[in-house]
Design a protein around this ligand. Sequence first.
Ligand code: SF4
Length: 64
Amino acid sequence: MNITIATDRCIGAALCAMTAPEVFTQDDDGVSRLLPDGPQHARNFPVREAARACPVQAITVHED
Ligand code: SF4
């Protein structure tokens, strides 16, 4: 699974990190980031739900 975050669009709403906390985190400015091993956990956490929840559609999920 390939996950990308349009960090220039992210408004720091944190819904992604709350929905899939093993995949997403936020940096000191509140911008969403992938955890280093986040993509490994992507199949076990609701990454697509997190992408849908993002209010600015900053998360894109593609199957490998
Ligand atoms: S839900 Fe969207 S806007 Fe909020 S932190 Fe995640 S990527 Fe950024």
